[in-house]
Ligand binder design. Structure first.
Ligand code: DX5
Ligand code: ZN
Length: 221
C-alpha cells in the first residue's frame, strides 16, 4: 500500500448551518483537502453549491480546496472557481469535447487541473490527457448524491489507471469519490488510490468527524 494516503472530506454531507465549524473540525482532525461538490442539475440531477461556498470555505481553512465540477460547460465557470480560491479543479471527461483546452484554462488560472470519470467511462478516456493533469478522480458511485453504495466493479479500472500513472513516470494523484468508508478505503488503496474523498462516512458519522477520520486511517494501517 502507498504510504501517503490523503483524506478529502466532502462538505456535501456537512451541516451547512455550521459549515465553518465543521471544516475547522475536519482540519483539526487531520484532513488533507476539503472536497467541494458543485452540481448543476444538468450533468447530474442535483443542484448543490457554487463559487460563494468555495470563497466561504477559503476564509475558514488553510487546507487546499478540491473543487469537483459536476457541471456542463465547465469552461464558463473556471474563472469564478479559481477566483474563489480553488486549489484543484476536476472536470468530467464526459462533458468536455475540448478537454485539453479546459485543462490548460485551469492551469492558466493558477489552479491544479484534474479530470474525473464516471463509473462507466473506461480508463482509456484519460490516456492522452494524463501528461497534462495533476490528478485523476475515479467516481466509485454515480455522481449526483452523497450516501450511495460503493460500486466494487470500479476497482479494476482504478488499478488500470494506477498502472497508466506509474508508466507516465510523473506524480499524478489518483482520487476516489463515492461510498468511501473504513470498509472500502483499504480496497481502493490496494488498487492504487492515494486520495480518498468521503462525505457521509465523515460528516454523517454519529461518532463525530475526528473519530470517523481516525477509523478510516486505522483501517489503512
Ligand atoms: C457525489 C460526490 C461526492 C459525495 C460523496 O456525486 O461527488 O463527493 O460527496 O459522498 P459519500 O462519501 O457520502 O458517498
Ligand atoms: Zn465529489
Amino acid at each position: 500500500m502507498p504510504s501517503l494516503i490523503r483524506i478529502a472530506p466532502s462538505i456535501l454531507a456537512a451541516d451547512f448551518t455550521r459549515l465553518g465549524e465543521q471544516i475547522a473540525e475536519a482540519e483539526a482532525a487531520g484532513a488533507d483537502y476539503i472536497h467541494i461538490d458543485i452540481m448543476d442539475g444538468r450533468f447530474v440531477p442535483n443542484i448543490t453549491m457554487g463559487p460563494l461556498i468555495v470563497a466561504a470555505a477559503r476564509r475558514v481553512t488553510a487546507l487546499p480546496l478540491d473543487v469537483h465540477l459536476m457541471i456542463v460547460e465547465p469552461e464558463k465557470h473556471i474563472p469564478a472557481f479559481a477566483g474563489a480560491g480553488a486549489d484543484l479543479i476536476s472536470v468530467h471527461v464526459e462533458v468536455c469535447p475540448h478537454l485539453h483546452r479546459v485543462v490548460q484554462q485551469i492551469r492558466e488560472a493558477g489552479v491544479r487541473p484534474a479530470v474525473a470519470l464516471n463509473p462507466h467511462t473506461p480508463a482509456v478516456a484519460i490516456k492522452e490527457i494524463l501528461p497534462f493533469v495533476e490528478m485523476v478522480l475515479v467516481m466509485t458511485v454515480n455522481p449526483g448524491f452523497g450516501g450511495q453504495s460503493f460500486i466494487p466493479e470500479t476497482l479494476p479500472k482504478l488499478r488500470e489507471i494506477h498502472q497508466m500513472i506509474e508508466a507516465a513516470g510523473r506524480v499524478i494523484d489518483l482520487e476516489v469519490d463515492g461510498g468511501i468508508d473504513a470498509h472500502t478505503a483499504p480496497q481502493v488503496v490496494a488498487h492504487g488510490a492515494n486520495v480518498l474523498v468521503a462525505g457521509t462516512a465523515i460528516f454523517g458519522a454519529p461518532e463525530g468527524i475526528a473519530a470517523a477520520m481516525g477509523a478510516i486511517r486505522a483501517a489503512l494501517r
